[in-house]
Design a protein around this ligand. Structure first.
Ligand code: ADP
Length: 474
């Protein structure tokens, strides 16, 4: 089984100490090797000098060889000629240094250990008729190297210990923000999502991690808050028609009424049921939208045709209020999108325009294309939407005038659904009017590349056919 230290701090400490010990070991071995090479080089140079001196003296004044130890301090040598030993020192003989000599000459000095335990550096050089061999004791050199090795070896565990202690301390300091973050994070629950992790330095790795975590928390808090608000609003919206139905029913039960009044009561209860149905349907759409599981079926759309169909469908509602509902689509405009979703969005916009525009008003639906974008504009001559509501108008359950919207049967989700439907198709929706001089909403959709896929005039809604014929003849 592989050993795995339990904490990051321990792992860091072990790695730090391990690497440092390895460096110290390599460094110590390097020093030892360097010093040994230098000391042996000096010893060998001394040996070479001694051999040269002995050779010179042997050639020039051989009888002076015996004075070499006293005069020159050369105590270990031997001179041999034609197999006869001409001169050798007493210590050479005693230590049996002749045994260290190889048959023939060795190319470089050799180390040799005498039976007495002494260590020597021995070298021999042959001239034409004689051979000079010399030796120097290397025991003190070995002692020096050994002492150095012991010092370095003692330093290694000391350095390792220091590395462990230093590493542990350092890792503890470096990792302390993680501990603090973990402590804070442990205290964050669904009820305390407003808490944030401490950020000591936003530029270091832990600071970046904490910042990312805090951003995630903010998004989570936002999502929770929206969910909470949505649930509260939805319950409130569901309760209103239920309360209305209950009170209408209770009042009807308390009194004996004629058949006409009972029909009236049932009628108003059905109206509330209608409202509930619309609300539940809208909630279902938004839930599916939030889950991101809506499968889009993008296709090439004749935007004018699509708007025309919606206008045809809603004309009856406009007629009821003696409103003029006009479609202006002078040129064929094609966009790519899911027809059902875009139709739903246009339906909500045009229905709102009819709902909130007083009797006798005018609603204009314009379809055009600019800068590679399809533009649909729904304008009305109603009360308009004051600038203060501009930022919230597409929020769920947001109403400019709650009582009026309820009266009109609105559930406050129409624009939210329209925005989702358009944005899901890569488009954009905005309120372009300001103030109280009518409202104007603009939908922008990406224009389709394949504009040739126009369906032909046969499939166009009657409103659009009339509009295009007028435009062509003008
Ligand atoms: P609702 O179902 O209440 O109409 P929406 O999301 O469709 O909900 O609209 C949100 C609010 O925006 C409405 O309650 C209304 O106050 C305002 N609004 C939307 N369209 C218009 C419009 N064409 N004219 C005036 N006010 C509008």
């Amino acid at each position: 089984m592989r050993f795995r230290p339990p904490s990051v701090r321990a792992r860091l400490t072990l790695w730090h100490a391990g690497v440092l010990t390895l460096i110290v070991c390599i460094f110590s071995a390097g020093i030892l090797l360097f010093v040994a090479t230098r000391l042996y080089a000096e010893l060998d140079a001394q040996l070479d000098r001694e051999i040269a001196t002995i050779g010179n003296i042997y050639r020039e004044e051989p009888e002076e060889l015996k004075d070499l130890p006293s005069r020159w301090g050369i105590t270990l040598f031997q001179v041999e000629e034609a197999g006869d030993i001409r001169q050798q020192t007493e210590v050479w003989e005693r230590e049996g240094l002749s045994r260290a000599l190889q048959p023939g000459d060795s190319p470089s000095p050799q180390s040799w250990t005498a039976p007495t335990g002494r260590h020597y550096r021995v070298h021999s050089i042959s001239e034409s008729s004689y051979r000079v061999a010399a030796a120097v004791e290397e025991t003190s050199l070995r002692d020096t190297l050994w002492t150095l090795a012991v010092i370095l070896a003692t330093g290694i565990p000391f350095a390792a210990g220091l590395a462990i202690a230093g590493g542990y301390f350092l890792a503890g300091r470096v990792l302390s923000p993680v501990g603090a973050m973990a402590q804070e994070a442990r205290e964050i629950t669904a009820e305390s999502l407003a808490k944030r992790l401490p950020v000591d330095n936003a530029r270091d790795e832990f600071g970046q991690l904490a910042t990312v975590f805090n951003d995630t928390l903010s998004r989570l808090q936002d999502a929770f808050e929206r969910l909470r608000r949505f649930t509260a609003d939805a319950s409130h919206e569901l309760r209103t028609p239920l309360t209305a139905m209950r009170s209408v029913g209770e009042v009807a039960l308390q009194n004996t009424l004629d058949a006409f009044t009972y029909r009236d009561v049932i009628g108003s209860m059905l109206e509330e049921v209608d409202r509930l149905t619309r609300l539940v349907e809208s909630l279902l759409i938004l839930t599916r939208a939030d889950s991101g599981k809506v499968q889009l079926a993008p296709e090439d759309l004749d935007v004018g045709g699509l708007a025309g169909h919606v206008v045809d469908q809603l004309r009856v509602l406009a007629d009821e209020k003696q409103q003029e509902l006009v479609l202006r689509a002078p040129i064929p405009v094609h966009a790519t999108g899911d027809a059902a979703l875009i139709r739903h969005a246009l339906m909500n916009l045009i229905h709102n325009a009819i709902k909130y525009t007083p009797n006798g008003g005018t609603i204009t639906v314009g379809v055009n294309a600019t800068d590679g974008r399809a533009i649909i504009e729904v304008r009305d001559t109603g009360p308009g939407i004051p600038a203060a509501h501009r930022d919230h108008i597409f929020d769920r359950f947001y109403r400019v005038d709650p009582s009026r919207s309820r009266e009109e049967g609105g559930v406050g989700l129409g624009l939210a659904i329209a925005r989702w439907a358009i944005e899901a198709n890569g488009g954009h929706i905005e309120l372009v009017s300001e103030g109280t001089d009518g409202s104007s909403f603009r939908v922008i959709l990406p224009v389709s590349d394949d504009s040739s896929a126009a369906g032909g005039d046969r499939q166009l809604p009657c409103e659009l056919r009339r509009e295009r014929q007028e435009f062509a003849s003008s």
